[in-house]
Design a binder for this molecule. Structure first.
Ligand code: NAP
Length: 244
């Protein structure tokens, strides 16, 4: 495939998405980034000579407006999402659940559905979805997030069969603990509580995950990396972590 390939990264104003946008640009992609916090997004786009467009994946109109501005694309990284709260099912906060399902599951559905025709038309399309180890494991108090990530993973994996034989690849990335704003958001801005999540171990960095995403999308076009699980050495499962 000749020429510059275009990559779309959702949730690129911070963390894994920002690192992925930077590394894709360094690998030669033209990168279009989307998120809600435009000031942060624009700073990243300027840095990598990319394009920043406002995007709220929980809002169908916002997704349509974003995708309408993309004439052609080869790679979509469904990264926007995250967790809110950590509470048992017995006292589940429905507004937390609704947001997690909207952002992680329906957000991935909306973005993928909108861009699939352009990705396939490129002749070498690739959808990367950042789920989590929470897509294959459950843990106490985490069902709002783990159920959303399980559903996001099921959606993503179904695409592989539905588009078998077409010029498009699908890769699911399942990270363990990555130190980003993820836990600060989950705990409603409580930075002290968030820091405890990563205490006593060396977590993954956003760059560790970005590097794997770039590896997946730069394989020859006949190679499909279906699922990649990456964790810190000190993490066996979401609930089983070795701390010094
Ligand atoms: P982060 O630093 O909090 O970044 C989350 C990004 O998602 C931000 O750029 C945020 O931007 C964006 N976002 C949130 N809601 C959005 C919406 N409605 N529309 C568009 N963008 C939205 O967290 P992160 O760790 O990089 O998380 C990225 C992905 O990795 C998530 O799907 C998360 O579930 C997954 N993940 C994280 C970990 C971890 O340990 N950190 C592990 C496994 C998987 P705006 O606020 O500007 O919109």
């Amino acid at each position: 495939m000749n020429g510059v390939r275009t990559a779309i990264v959702t949730g690129a104003s911070a963390g894994i998405g920002a690192a992925t946008a930077r590394q894709l640009a360094a690998a030669g992609f033209r990168v279009i980034v989307g998120a809600r916090r435009l000031d942060r997004l624009k700073a990243i786009a300027d840095e990598i000579d990319g394009l920043a467009l406002p995007l709220d994946v929980t809002d169908g109109d916002s997704v349509t407006a974003f995708c309408d501005q993309i004439p052609a694309c080869h790679v979509l990284v469904n990264n926007a999402g995250g967790a809110l709260g950590l509470e048992p099912i017995a006292s589940a906060d429905e507004s937390h659940w609704r947001w997690m399902w909207e952002a992680n599951v329906l957000g991935t559905l909306r973005m993928t559905k909108s861009l699939l025709p352009k990705l396939i038309a490129s002749g070498d399309g690739h959808v990367v979805t950042v789920t989590s180890v929470a897509a294959t494991d459950t843990y106490d108090n985490g069902a709002g997030y783990t159920s959303a990530k399980h559903a996001q993973s099921a959606l993503h994996r179904t695409l592989r069969g539905e588009h078998l034989g077409q010029p498009i690849r699908f890769t699911e990335i399942l990270p363990g603990l990555v130190e980003t704003d993820f836990s600060v958001t989950r705990f409603g801005g409580d930075a002290e509580r968030a820091a405890k999540v990563y205490e006593g171990l060396t977590p993954l960095t956003a760059d560790d995950v970005a590097e794997v995403i770039v590896f997946a999308v730069t394989r020859p076009s006949h190679v499909n990396l279906d699922q990649i699980v990456l964790k810190p050495r000190a993490q066996y499962s979401p609930a089983r972590v070795h701390r010094e």
